[in-house]
Design a protein around this ligand. Structure first.
Ligand code: ZN
Length: 240
């Protein structure tokens, strides 16, 4: 059974729609690694879509922040402004759904779903060192994570870790552990502005990294029309 693995959609319904159109017919279930909302202009549409379509979702820091459950002191001004705006926009039922999302890591079949690191949902797994340190925190051979908005991941062996570049599909080998980031659907930061996602086929021991073109102009125009910070519109074009 292939899975569509999505992370960091960030209220970008244009990017999400493009991914769903491109990946159609290639998966059985949809799994999300958090940050459904924040930054983008369509928090209600994306949350409703997740409620109706995702088989499992773990919460991200922006999902928490947009439920007004915590101080925004640690957030940059644009992120804090979008969290406040998002909280005002969200319907009662969408807020309640986001508020109930489970904290990762969440076991799904025989793999794990996490927003940040499996040791700490708010921790960024950026470097080979970060990944190597997590060796004992990995509860499954394959752990999917997000939060960094960087597609790719790490191969973790008993002794070390190695970066996995996202250009190609990778084959899961026995005796190795994998930390895999599908990239961000709605706000990529790896220099590629296209929406990022991954497809995991356990029977084929295969993870494919994919990118979809989407209507960035439209998503950015909505960000501006909502009165959200201009930087949140601009970065969509550069993927940074
Ligand atoms: Zn995010």
């Amino acid at each position: 059974m292939p899975y569509l693995i999505l992370s960091d959609i960030h209220a970008n319904i244009e990017a999400l729609s493009a991914v769903m159109a491109e990946a159609a017919g290639r998966f059985d279930k949809i799994l999300c690694l958090g940050d459904l909302v924040g930054y983008g202009a369509d928090p209600n549409a994306v949350t409703k879509w997740a409620r109706e379509n995702a088989a499992a979702v773990v919460r991200g820091n922006h999902d928490r922040a947009c439920c007004a459950r915590e101080s925004l002191d640690d957030y940059r001004p644009a992120a804090a402004a979008s969290a406040i705006w998002t909280n005002e926009q969200l319907s009662e039922e969408n807020l309640a759904y986001l508020d109930r999302l489970p904290r990762g890591p969440l076991r799904y079949d025989d793999f794990d779903l996490s927003h940040g690191s499996p040791a700490d949902e708010d921790e960024y797994v950026m470097t080979v060192m970060d990944a190597a340190r997590l060796r004992d925190s990995l509860g499954a051979q394959v752990t999917f994570f997000g939060h960094t908005h960087l597609q790719g991941g790490f191969l973790v062996t008993r002794q070390s870790a190695k970066r996995i570049e996202p250009q190609t599909a990778i084959e899961i080998e026995a005796d190795h552990f994998y930390l895999i980031n599908p990239g961000s659907v709605g706000q990529p930061r790896d220099g590629d502005a296209r929406a990022a996602y991954a497809i995991y086929s356990p029977e084929r021991h295969l993870i494919e990294f994919c990118r979809a073109n989407y209507d960035i102009e439209k998503a950015a125009a909505k960000v501006r029309a909502a009165g959200l910070p201009e930087s949140l519109a601009q970065r969509l074009f550069t993927g940074t």
